[in-house]
Design a protein. Structure first.
Length: 258
């Protein structure tokens, strides 16, 4: 599909809308301006919204063969956000596990056997040379919702949210330079008010989706390319495939692609 779209000159868009979150645009600006200096490493941990009970509409996500699960959704969106900001993995090692093999369906109270992993951890090297690690798991009592640190020679950025779904949950950005303690950094109004008609959606799950559509419309009008397309989706699935391969083989693997 990506190759055919490129061949026909058709513009495409995919749902990696965390890239349009004002907080993520702000983090990219801070990095370009040298806020942390040279990026040395990055660490991301978080929880998805499931636990020992799953709401009925999400029962299908427990079956790995259905394609929508912790790896492709919560982990996948978190992974894309990290790679969009800091660059791709050159190589990685992955571990996945099913630590809660039985899950209760909230409405029917049926005990369902889970085949999709509920623990996914990846560590590797980005093409920049920075060390990166990501660990996303299903909800746990008292666990951190979402914490992403970007550590550099001159400072640190810390991005937080209530769950490892940066495309849905509002993100807070904090930063520290030198020996200072991280303090919340205000996201500039030029970013939050980029699309004034969407202001009423701020904080809602649809907010970044709306911003992605608005950016895509602007791309079509201006001949720009600011939203992820089919080629970006292919790239993300190549990395997900590398994670699955590494976890299955118990080996460090090279990541296919640029």
């Amino acid at each position: 599909m990506a190759a055919l779209a490129a061949q026909q000159g058709v513009r495409t868009i995919v749902g990696l809308q965390a890239r349009q979150a004002p907080a993520i645009e702000f983090v990219r600006e801070l990095l370009r301006d040298g806020y942390v200096g040279e990026v040395l490493s990055t660490t991301m941990i978080g929880t998805s919204v499931s636990g020992d009970v799953v709401i009925q509409p999400n029962v299908y996500m427990l079956d790995a063969t259905n394609g929508a699960n912790l790896l492709t959704v919560a982990f996948g969106h978190s992974l894309d956000t990290l790679n969009f900001v800091l660059g791709e993995f050159a190589n990685l090692s992955a571990v996945s596990a099913i630590r809660r093999p039985l899950i209760t369906a909230q409405q029917t109270r049926e005990q369902i056997v889970k085949t999709a992993a509920d623990q996914i951890a990846v560590i590797g090297t980005l093409t920049s040379g920075a060390t990166a690690s990501i660990h996303v798991r299903e909800a746990v009592a008292g666990g951190t919702g979402f914490l992403w640190e970007i550590n550099g020679t001159d400072g640190t950025l810390r991005i937080t949210a209530d769950a490892a779904l940066p495309e849905i949950f509002p993100l807070t950005v904090a930063g520290a330079r030198g020996d200072g303690e991280p303090a919340v950094l205000a996201i500039p109004a030029t970013l939050t008010q980029k699309w004034p008609a969407l202001s009423d959606l701020e904080g809602a799950p649809a907010y970044n989706v709306g911003r992605a559509y608005a950016a895509f419309a602007a791309d079509l009008d201006n001949g720009t390319h600011t939203v992820p397309d089919f080629a970006d989706a292919v790239r993300r699935h190549e990395v997900i495939a590398a994670i699955e391969r590494s976890a299955a083989l118990g080996e460090r693997v090279e990541v296919v692609g640029p």
